[in-house]
Design a protein around this ligand. Structure first.
Ligand SMILES: [Mn+2]
Length: 327
């Protein structure tokens, strides 16, 4: 295992030992990776006899997360999932931020005022708008998912993962790798195999990842309008009247990569009434980070994004086209 990760596990264990109460905080619009990683940590921490909570404030949850939570309830797995105001948090508590590090991705920013003992565990590309007070941070953007980081930790600690939690973890891994097509290495498959050994059931994973038909159709409509530029670039633009989540834009850009000859893809859409987001993906031969840099965004060679303020969708596309056509 990588030395950096190993060192993190050591420090992480030492810090955990100092606290009795731990609050696991997944990001807003919680997804299956954030939930799965939180559940994995929960299993470990409760085995260590800590008082543990998973903080979920939002009522509206994505379909898969809702299904997983219902099943956990049914199985009586006894997991404390609470809203922030139902958990008493003091300066003696420990907060673990799971699957994000950007302040704006917090469900409830109050949490940062309640307690300064914060650990961040994430796999997203590091961003400037970082949570600034923390005692330990591990951001590994080469990891397929936060679930993968937590899985390794659990294995090292010889934690027995309950069957259904293994299933949710496998779903988290499957989601973040878009069915083992992106950010997928030998390691990712090893984790998947390991989770299967722990009892994860792929049919159940399929259930958790079932999509909402309406949402699927609305995505397909956007894909339908894809324009191909210079044979290898696919660009598509969302509806003027609709607000998309960054995840939706990313998902669409991801799916455009599967088509013949496409090397890089871009999905442009409103993410707010005055902010337009572009999600860019590449198979590796085109550097989309460079392209997004030119629009004040950032990311990686194969995975990047930008935000544009007070601009129309048409204008945003035009700006992008200018850059692409010069390549
Ligand atoms: Mn994730």
């Amino acid at each position: 295992m990588k030395i950096r990760r190993q060192k993190f596990y050591e420090k992480f264990t030492n810090i955990i030992n100092e606290f009795d109460k731990v609050i696991l905080v997944p990001h807003s619009e919680i997804d299956l990776d954030a939930l799965a990683a939180s559940l994995g940590l929960y299993v470990f921490l409760s085995a260590m006899e800590k008082e543990v909570y998973i903080n979920i404030d939002e009522e509206n949850k994505e379909l898969g997360v809702r299904r997983a939570l219902e099943k956990i309830n049914k199985l009586n797995l006894n997991i404390n999932i609470n809203k922030l105001d139902q958990i008493s948090i003091s300066e003696q508590s420990l907060i673990i931020i799971v699957d994000f590090h950007k302040k704006e991705m917090a469900q409830n920013k109050e949490i940062f005022k309640l307690c300064k003992n914060i650990i961040i565990i994430d796999h997203h590309i590091e961003n400037k708008e970082h949570i600034n007070n923390y005692i330990l941070k591990y951001i590994d953007d080469e990891a397929s998912s936060t679930t993968e980081i937590i899985y390794d930790f659990l294995m090292e600690k010889k934690v027995i993962i309950p069957n259904y939690i293994s299933t949710v973890m496998l779903a988290g891994l499957t989601l973040d790798t878009n069915n083992f097509t992106i950010k997928t290495s030998e390691k990712t498959h090893e984790v998947a195999a390991g989770l299967t050994k722990c009892g994860a059931i792929s049919k159940e994973v399929q259930y958790l990842l079932k999509e909402d038909l309406k949402e699927y159709i609305s995505m397909q409509k956007i894909i339908f309008n894809t324009e191909i530029v210079n044979k290898i670039f696919a660009i598509t633009v969302g509806k003027k009247t609709e607000i998309y989540s960054k995840e939706q834009l990313a998902k669409i850009a991801d799916s455009l990569l599967q088509f013949d000859e496409i090397e890089a893809s871009f999905c442009i859409g409103k993410i707010n009434s005055n902010i337009i987001g572009i999600s860019a993906r590449s198979l590796g031969n085109i550097d989309v980070e460079k392209i997004m840099n030119k629009l004040n965004g950032g990311g990686h060679l194969t995975d990047a994004a930008c935000q544009m303020y007070n601009i129309t969708l048409d204008k945003a596309k035009e700006e992008l086209l200018k850059i692409i056509k010069k390549l």
